[in-house]
Design a protein around this ligand. Structure first.
Ligand code: EPU
Length: 436
């Protein structure tokens, strides 16, 4: 299991304190005499800092491990004793050094199409995000915010700064009997977080196992699978305003969640960098097995023994049987959204195609399986040399190697035009088109 951050440490026999916020990031409050302090933010990318971080994590020799409460107590005492005018500033280790030139983005997206970013940086704290935003503004560079790169197709080189969001860590905010609220760094891998949550007994995310991408992107398009959406377990998120650098907290209502939608894809698009997301989970969360294929997977086990882990395992088996693993075959999951039709439009479609796969929504509208439309338009498994439509799930476009973003986009357009011609339904992409 991964470490739960933050971790708390102190230098024995001194009043120097450390807070380790992630695998590469820690803060140090260095005591200068009795009541003066120097605060540093460290990014353990280079050798001596890495060694220091390792020693801190292992609480070796001169370092001691503290519980959060003990650490807070010492920290607060320090605050109370601090001289006014004491040295106290957070120094982020030279951001300009960390900005790289001409970085190949191929492996930073799950589609794996080639594209270069003029500038690239990974930010592991709020302050580093702010520093990067300021840098991009000062240099007049267009900004591309990247999480796990699992929901984007790059059409060309990025002429500005590609900012990778690398904030890590988990922290329990509140535990109240059955309920647990946990905040997670935007840069944590989504599936790893789901696995940690299950191991800790913080249940409710099991249906969302194996979804590619990072935590920060999960509320953006309200990721969902097998009857659960992120909005169902969401508490709040914090995001930094790109213009002002201010940190703002959004609750679920403010996010305006909808099917694969949120305010961050509409009115607030391009205005915020999501830095952390808090989830509201339950030790005894009800199992959600309404999705037919999950029931089928669990058939062999007596129902009274089903656990959250069993549901996660079932979801993982179903996903792996239909959806390509981006590590083996480039893709961005469902390329298209399932279109939602009014009852009248659906009735018209059904006259021609009575067998069309669909799901009636709570509001009376009807969601059509785009995979069905694409398959029945004859595209499932179609390959154009370097790329094609996945043979097991027609909603997914795949990159076998050697294709450009533009070529994959051409295929997507051809699929959309053909589906429109054959069924009169206009598909929309779920995947973000970058540089179109
Ligand atoms: N179908 C076909 N042919 C296909 C694919 C689907 O006929 O090639 C029909 C079948 O009738 C099938 C129905 O569509 O029963 C639903 O298929 P599936 O259960 O695979 O779900 P989906 O609607 O195609 C959505 C999500 C997936 C998510 C699954 C399971 C969208 C755009 N996609 O796919 O999410 O995993 O449900 O909940 O809503 C993703 O967003 O990247 C993603 C993979």
């Amino acid at each position: 299991m991964s470490l739960i951050y933050p971790q708390y440490r102190a230098l024995k026999g001194s009043n120097t304190l450390y807070r380790i916020d992630g695998p590469l990031h820690f803060l140090e409050w260095q005591g200068l005499g009795e009541n003066r302090w120097l605060a540093h933010a460290h990014y353990a990318e280079i050798y001596p800092t890495r060694v220091l971080l390792q020693e801190l994590l292992e609480a070796k020799d001169s370092f001691e491990k503290l519980h959060a409460e003990e650490w807070n107590e010492r920290f607060e005492k320090r605050e109370a004793n601090a001289l006014s005018g004491s040295v106290s500033q957070v120094r982020v280790s030279s951001d300009s050094q960390r900005i790289r030139n001409s970085v190949d983005l191929t492996d930073w997206t799950t589609f794996g199409v080639p594209a270069l970013a003029k500038k690239w940086m990974s930010a592991t704290s709020d302050d580093e995000v702010r520093a990067a935003l300021t840098y991009a503004e000062d240099q007049g560079l267009p900004l591309l915010i990247m999480g796990g790169g699992s929901n984007m197709l790059l059409h060309r080189d990025w002429p500005g700064l590609a900012l990778h969001i690398g904030l890590k860590g988990f922290q329990v905010l509140r535990e109240n009997g059955d309920e647990v609220d946990v905040v997670v760094g935007a840069g944590e891998n989504w599936h790893d977080w789901v696995m940690v949550s299950l191991e800790m007994g913080w249940n409710g995310l099991e249906n969302l196992a194996l979804i590619p991408g990072n935590v920060g992107a999960s509320p953006m398009q309200n990721i969902g699978a097998y009857g659960v959406e992120v909005k169902d377990r969401f508490l709040w998120l914090e995001a930094i305003n790109i213009q002002t650098g201010a940190l703002h907290r959004f609750d679920a209502a403010a996010c305006e969640f909808d099917y694969r939608e949120s305010i961050f894809k509409s009115a607030a698009k391009g205005h915020w960098v999501i830095v952390r997301v808090a989830f509201s989970l339950q030790r005894k969360a009800p199992l959600n097995t309404e999705y037919g294929s999950i029931q089928k997977e669990l058939e062999g086990l007596p129902q009274e023994t089903w656990t959250h882990r069993d549901v996660a395992d079932a979801v993982m088996r179903i996903r792996s049987s239909k959806l390509p693993d981006p590590k083996e075959l480039g893709n961005a999951g469902s390329f298209f959204k399932n279109p939602i039709l009014s009852a009248a439009d659906f009735a018209a479609l059904r006259v021609q195609h009575p067998e069309v796969a669909h799901f009636v929504q709570g509001d009376g509208n009807i969601k059509i399986a785009a995979g069905w439309l694409i398959e029945h338009a004859g595209w499932k498994g179609k390959r154009r040399g370097t790329h094609g439509v996945h043979e097991k799930q027609a909603l997914v476009l795949v990159h076998y190697g050697g294709a450009s973003g533009k070529e994959i986009w051409k295929l997507a357009q051809d699929v959309m035009a053909d589906v429109f011609e054959k069924f009169g339904v206009q598909l929309q992409t779920e995947v973000n088109q970058i540089g179109l």
